[in-house]
Design a protein around this ligand. Structure first.
Ligand SMILES: C[S@@+](CC[C@H](N)C(=O)[O-])C[C@H]1O[C@@H](n2cnc3c(N)ncnc32)[C@H](O)[C@@H]1O
Length: 252
């Protein structure tokens, strides 16, 4: 059996090759401070292009970066698309790239926000959360935040769509999603060699030794990670009557 194979959960592709190519065709400008898309970003872009999960829906994208996903989402006819970045400067790059590649997309809104710290509720939340270079003691901080708190930004039955590496512990993610009221599936997965900067971070290399199925070694002894695009639906839940929650807060 292949390493970490969730392919039975994969949903059917809904676009032709030409449509996918058109969605992925973009001209991206970027500065020194901007996040250069990595294999994570490229794989999520491919999967978003293959599966339109946003048509007619209100969408929140956290950490738009150079807009490599924002552009695809904007081209897939959402009713409203809010894109965030953590600084004005980073958001300016996102905006310039989206406006150049999807002119006239007046349903797009740009906001500076620290991760989930913003207003509104959305049908779909999309992100490529920081992980290996998250800069947090808990490297999974941004993934954990999505699992614990994205319900505040989602409508009932809303969908959380994100990408993570096997090294961020896919088993933990799925267990925690379930514990927090999400029904999750792997939309698609892909394996690839480690990037050079992983090896330069000794703490990272030590941490991943503790992650179940975190990575594998191929026949030539190369280190291989698996990337997963996860879609998680927020399931309805009502606290039991005996829960100690003031009446006026029960629906929030
Ligand atoms: C892994 S990159 C993904 C960027 C882009 N979506 C891509 O896939 O190439 C994570 C993005 O999150 C942004 N980011 C980091 N911390 C953030 C925060 N606290 N709130 C919002 N965005 C943040 C970074 O600036 C970066 O653009």
């Amino acid at each position: 059996m292949p390493f970490l194979d969730f392919s039975g959960e994969t949903i059917v592709m809904t676009h032709s090759d030409a449509e996918i190519d058109a969605l992925l065709d973009m001209d991206l400008g970027m500065g020194d401070e901007d996040w250069t898309p990595t294999p994570h970003g490229r794989f999520l872009a491919q999967v978003l292009a293959e599966h339109n999960m946003v048509e007619g829906k209100s969408v929140l994208e956290l950490g738009g970066g150079v807009g490599n996903h924002s552009i695809i989402l904007a081209r897939q006819n959402p009713s409203h698309l809010v894109i965030t970045e953590v600084t004005e400067g980073l958001l300016a790059t996102t905006r310039e790239n989206v406006e150049r590649n999807v002119p006239g997309a007046d349903f797009v809104e740009y906001r500076v926000a620290d991760w989930l710290d913003l207003d509104g509720q959305f049908d779909v939340l999309v992100s490529n959360p920081p992980f290996a270079r998250s800069g947090r003691q808990n490297r999974r901080y941004f993934i954990d935040e999505l699992i614990l708190n994205s319900h505040k930004r989602l409508t009932a039955g809303g969908e959380l769509v994100f990408i993570q590496s096997s090294m961020a512990d896919i088993h933990r993610t799925r267990r925690d999603l379930k514990r927090n009221g999400f029904d999750s599936r792997i939309v698609d997965q892909a394996s690839g060699a480690f990037r050079d900067y992983y090896f330069e971070d000794k703490a990272f290399m030590a941490e991943i030794e503790l992650v179940p199925d975190g990575y594998e070694r191929d026949e030539e002894d190369n280190y291989i990670e698996t990337l997963f695009v996860i879609a998680a639906t927020l399931m309805p839940w009502t606290p039991p009557d005996f829960a100690h929650i003031p009446t006026e807060l029960r629906d929030s």
